[in-house]
Design a protein. Structure first.
Length: 567
């Protein structure tokens, strides 16, 4: 069949028009011979490609088909769908500790990226979590996030993870506020509850279309803080402040019209709890072991003398907050290590001014401390680590104890690394990497109990006990969380006939802190006006007639807390 040529005359111009006719001939021949109609394999591939690209339900998550290295839990998928379909990208993710808020935020980010609804994203987190967030987004979710390190990076990269403290100070703040972000994600968002802080003002100024606030403790008892957090997320959701006061506040701490308020909050907040029936997760068991320690005679003399010193001067120094805090610290440190107590004694001596009586007492205690050559706790921990023969995290509250333990471990040929709040971001990440790849032990101060994930380890030693149960749960939460596949072993060192033994009684016997996760415990403590638990315990110790009386007072606190949780 020949190509047909037509022409159109426009005045003196002839325009040829060509019509290709070969395809008609080929089609006629295929009809006569009943084929070939093309390769069947190619048709199947094309059909399968169309099926993959087909969006059957716009309300379903498209990102789930693009996560080869992650299988989200059902509650995480439901959370992401609710934020997408009902909350329109503005939400407070308030799951209890360890349920995977980071993954939920990542799923939401991934979905908006795939749908083309977001390109430029800013993630603000505590400095110690910048690289952890960056790794999780890249490795688990395939989101090309970068950790902010240099000033020029703000303009160059679309998805940046940065610390709040870095982002809000010059010159970085100008780069952040001059850009328009499709999505802003803020971790540890409970730090934004006060409208008068620089953090709240900074987040409020950032230009953003979608915003996710992540916090395990979104609601305390101050209704104004709740209002501030929701207003930052979605201005007008709770009306003007005077309207909110009138409709929902009996007073600063007590709500009214609770059901209406709850409905309004649920429009912007999702909170999953471990106790929820929909949470299809079986966490590994917690196995708790108390290791009693008998003090040597010199250690016992030092403990008794320091306790008497603290009792005597605590009453005298009422109103002198600085010295009273030093006394509380000293009483706690003497159960940790001689080294920690020694440093506090020296500092108290320097600050005692013209109080010659106190100076002489401190010098006497220093001489007693020098006679302590063997530290029973440290000796016990060496044998315990050798017996465990696996990676171990040792938690202490004091830097002097941390340094003492690292030296002691080195003498015994046990590899260890320190981890504390004073390290910069790079050093913290380096220590975590060394712990995972090379060292057997990480000796961490309380900074090691905040935010970091250490699921590759399942052994914790509480070298000294915090007086606040929430700090204990934060420590355990570093390893007893999503991703942990082994039972978690918790070893609590307790020196006999000391305040440490009584604190362990409160945590272990009365409120069962180690076996259970009490996600609302911080709220309960505030309701019972026990949020300053350390001071409450110290006052009880000072006022107690003897050890049994002190134990009875602690028992009453424990009953109070348990009743608050169950109520």
């Amino acid at each position: 069949m020949q190509e047909k040529i037509y022409s159109i005359d426009q005045g003196n111009i002839t325009i040829p028009i060509h019509f290709e006719q070969q395809w008609v001939y080929d089609l006629q021949q295929s009809f006569k011979q009943d084929g070939p109609w093309d390769l069947w394999e190619a048709f199947q591939l094309a059909y399968q490609a169309e099926e993959v690209m087909q969006i059957k339900d716009f309300n379903e998550l498209q990102c789930l088909a693009h996560l080869p290295y992650l299988t989200p839990f059902p509650h995480q998928i439901e959370t992401a769908k609710k934020v997408l379909n009902e909350m329109h990208g503005r939400a407070i993710l308030a799951d209890e500790v360890g349920l995977g808020k980071t993954i939920e935020a990542g799923l939401i980010m991934k979905e908006y990226l795939i749908r083309g609804l977001a390109k430029k994203i800013l993630i603000l987190v505590p400095a110690s979590l910048v690289l952890q967030w960056t790794r999780e987004l890249n490795h688990k979710l395939g989101i090309p996030a970068v950790a902010q390190k240099k000033e020029w990076m703000w303009d160059k990269y679309d998805i940046i993870v940065a610390s709040m403290d870095t982002a809000k100070r010059p010159p970085h703040v100008d780069y952040v506020l001059n850009q328009h972000y499709d999505m802003l994600v803020v971790d540890e968002a409970h730090k934004l509850k006060n409208k008068n802080t620089k953090n709240w003002e900074f987040i409020n100024k950032i230009k953003k279309k979608f915003i996710l606030l992540l916090t395990a403790t979104p609601i305390q008892n101050d209704m104004t803080e709740l209002y501030n957090l929701v207003t930052l997320l979605k201005p007008g959701q709770l009306g003007r402040y005077y309207h909110f006061q009138k409709e929902h506040m009996k007073d600063k701490r007590n709500p009214k019209n609770k059901e209406i308020l709850r409905q309004e909050i649920e429009k912007v907040m999702i909170r999953n709890k471990r106790s929820d029936e929909k949470i299809e997760i079986e966490f590994p068991q917690r196995i708790v072991k108390t290791i009693p320690i008998e003090l040597t005679a010199p250690e016992r003399e030092l403990y008794d003398e320091i306790s008497s010193f603290v009792r005597g001067y605590y009453r005298q120094l009422k109103g002198d907050i600085q010295n009273m805090l030093s006394l509380i610290t000293l009483q706690r440190e003497i159960c940790s290590s001689r080294d920690a107590a020694f440093i506090t004694l020296v500092n108290m001596f320097k600050k005692s001014g013209g109080n010659e009586e106190m100076k002489n007492e401190i010098l006497r205690l220093v001489q007693i401390a020098k006679k302590v050559e063997t530290q029973s706790k440290a000796d016990k921990i060496i044998s315990l680590i050798k017996e465990i023969n696996d990676k171990v995290i040792i938690f202490t509250e004091y830097r002097a104890t941390q340094e003492f333990l690292i030296t002691k471990l080195k003498e015994q040929g046990i590899t260890s690394v320190p981890y504390r709040g004073g390290f910069n971001r790079g050093k913290k990440d380096w220590m975590m990497d060394l712990f995972q790849r090379k060292a057997q032990v990480m000796v961490a101060t309380e900074a090691g109990g905040e935010g970091i994930n250490l699921q590759f380890c399942n052994q914790i030693i509480n070298y000294d006990m915090p007086w606040n149960p929430m700090k204990v749960e934060q420590r355990i939460g570093r390893v007893h969380r999503l991703g942990q596949t082994r039972n978690v072993y918790i070893y609590n060192l307790s020196t006999n006939q000391t305040i440490e033994e009584h604190i362990l009684y409160l945590l272990h016997e009365k409120i069962n802190m180690f076996e259970n996760v009490i996600g609302s415990l911080d709220v309960i403590l505030e309701k019972l006006k026990l949020n300053d638990l350390e001071n409450n315990i110290m006052k009880m110790m000072i006022d107690a007639k003897d050890n049994e009386d002190f134990k009875e007072k602690l028992s009453q606190i424990g009953n109070h807390i348990v009743n608050g949780v169950n109520g």
